[in-house]
Design a protein around this ligand. Structure first.
Ligand code: CTP
Ligand code: CA
Length: 227
């Protein structure tokens, strides 16, 4: 890990991140997930470590290697992600929720592989809502500076700002996932960052550069909001 070029407010601070998708089992061989690659979260973990922070990354299943200088904890389900986060939230100064947490999971996991029925052409899987991990973090007393992501296909600014308020976040990074050229599995992203009483649109950047820009913005907001 490179030494920070100038003293950073993040130096020695504990940064906790989530990244990647979650995987919600249907039966022993099947699951529900999404297309999140984890690239943005891993790049943020790396950038936070570069800024001198002590970084823990709670990651869903990805094809990415553990980032250097970062403690990486691998989990599968949203419930496992929540447990891994809540175990560490008290000691964390910053939380960044970049994971694409599955909103729902199967109400029950079949113990055996579900067999195809011969006399019926349709089948239904009952789903139940997963806990909102970041809202839980932001609801803690002595909560860390909490940064969320908002993946939207439409009305990006409005939805992002309402998530910022509803989840009691300090910052939200809004992402237009309807654009095929950026986001999810891409190496680039173009986002707008919102915080209470302000916002900033960033240009289309490689995820590594974007991560460093976002970490700088977090440092700036942290120094403006603490004391
Ligand atoms: N998030 C979370 N736990 C969940 C769902 C989302 O921690 N169960 C976090 C994400 O990591 C992200 C933020 O909440 O930082 C927004 O996620 P998003 O999917 O955009 O929002 P939702 O509240 O799930 O709303 P919707 O999917 O309906 O837009
Ligand atoms: Ca969601």
């Amino acid at each position: 890990v490179d030494e920070p070029s100038q003293p950073s407010i993040l130096s020695g601070k504990k940064v906790l991140l989530t990244a990647g998708p979650t995987r919600e089992a249907i039966d022993p061989v099947r699951y529900i997930t999404n297309h999140s690659s984890g690239k943005m979260g891993y790049a943020l973990a790396t950038a936070a470590a570069k800024a001198g922070a002590e970084v823990t990354l709670i990651s869903g299943p990805t094809n990415l290697p553990d980032p250097k200088g970062v403690t990486t904890v691998r989990i599968n389900t949203a419930l496992e992600m929540q447990a891994a986060v809540m175990e560490r939230v008290d000691e964390s100064d910053v939380f960044i929720g970049s994971a694409a947490v599955a909103d729902y999971r199967p109400a029950s996991v079949a113990e055996q592989k579900i067999k195809k029925t011969q006399d019926k052409d349709d089948m239904t899987i009952e789903l139940v809502k997963n806990p909102d991990i970041i809202a839980g973090v932001a609801g803690c007393t002595n909560k860390p500076f909490t940064v969320g992501f908002a993946a939207e296909t439409n009305d990006v600014a409005q939805y992002a700002q309402s998530k910022l308020e509803r989840k009691n976040l300090d910052m939200i990074v809004a992402n237009d996932v309807s654009r095929k050229d950026i986001g999810f599995n891409s190496d680039q992203n173009e986002v707008t960052v919102f915080w209470p009483n302000g916002h900033q649109a960033l240009p289309n950047l490689a995820k590594g550069t974007l991560a460093e820009t976002l970490i700088s913005l977090i440092e700036k907001r942290l120094s403006e909001t603490t004391q």
